[in-house]
Design a binder for this molecule. Structure first.
Ligand SMILES: [Mg+2]
Length: 299
């Protein structure tokens, strides 16, 4: 566990989000990589998770939901989807975080990628306990996204971050063994296959997806990380696939940032990143909070 990888992960998420934000909704294309002037809801909600983990020294559903709500009302213009703001309003009116409130908006619950896009701090904080990592990923998702595809997509993204953090060599096999849903097992097999083939963006989009659902974007982010060999290339590749570019960029940036570390992020992107110091300090505090807990466990 290294601080450089914590700061790389959370900053990497914000960079991928800001890089993808101006490109959202386009078809796949060649990117002339430049950061948009603002990050979006992906980063804003990641910040809420990190703030809550630091404040409560671990997961606390009430506190985390309150962070989402207060951060949303401070900056409602961050490009939130249609569901979360309605849920935030319900929570503000006194509803509980664990009532699966999204089911009142989307029958069966939302299976969007809105839970996975923000989950990186959970992957960092629970990297040493897979069971807990899944359980807390699911609970964190449940505040706004309670469909199993969404909750498991978030857990898979968190797990990918944790594997990147420890630089796991057997990355794909670990992901395959981890996930409990067939749809994700199939996607991981597809990733494995695509990695052996000649680069073909259309095929990647066709087989892995580039949409707003969790199962059509989390595997795409994992592939973007695995098929490239630098932070810069991975996020440029991710957003070049088109579709939900800010979120696929954010999820890729989080994994790559955890793997390559803060210093691997191009300086000209860092200079342009909005609230860079705040995000950096948040990652530092998250690291220190985790380290303290680990030291307590050892002694
Ligand atoms: Mg967004």
């Amino acid at each position: 566990m290294k601080m450089e990888r914590f700061t790389g992960c959370l900053t990497g998420l914000a960079i991928g989000d800001s890089l993808g934000a101006p490109l959202e909704g386009f078809l796949s294309f060649t990117v002339t990589a430049d950061l948009g002037s603002h990050y979006t809801d992906d980063t804003a909600m990641m910040i809420g998770i990190a703030e809550s983990l630091i404040e409560c020294k671990g997961f606390n559903g009430d506190n985390m939901a309150q962070k989402f709500v207060s951060n949303y009302y401070k900056e409602p213009w961050r490009g939130y989807g249609s569901g979360p703001p309605r849920i935030f309003k319900m929570i503000k009116q006194g509803r509980r975080w664990d009532e699966c409130l999204d089911k009142e908006i989307f029958p069966g619950g939302s299976y969007g990628n809105g839970a996975a896009m923000r989950i990186a701090p959970i992957g960092l904080f629970y990297f040493d306990d897979i069971k807990k990592l899944r359980e807390i990923s699911h609970k964190t998702s449940q505040i706004t996204h309670s469909h199993p595809l969404s909750m498991e997509g978030a857990a898979l993204e968190a797990y990918a971050v944790s594997l990147a953090l420890i630089r796991e060599k057997n990355f794909i096999q670990k992901l395959y063994d981890f996930t409990i849903l067939d749809i994700y097992k199939k996607k991981i097999k597809a990733i494995e296959h695509l990695l052996t083939e000649k680069e073909n963006r259309d095929r990647v989009v066709r087989e892995l997806g580039n949409g707003v659902t969790a199962h059509e974007s989390v595997p795409t982010a994992i592939f973007s990380f695995l098929s490239t060999d630098s932070f810069k290339d991975s996020v440029i590749y991710a957003v070049s696939l088109g579709g939900d570019t800010d979120t696929i960029g954010a999820m890729t940036g989080a994994i790559s940032g955890a793997f390559y570390g803060y210093d691997s992020i191009p300086k000209k992107w860092l200079e342009k990143l909005e609230n860079r110091d705040y995000i950096f300090n948040l990652a530092t505090l998250l690291f220190k909070t985790k380290k303290k807990l680990l030291d307590l466990k050892i002694h």
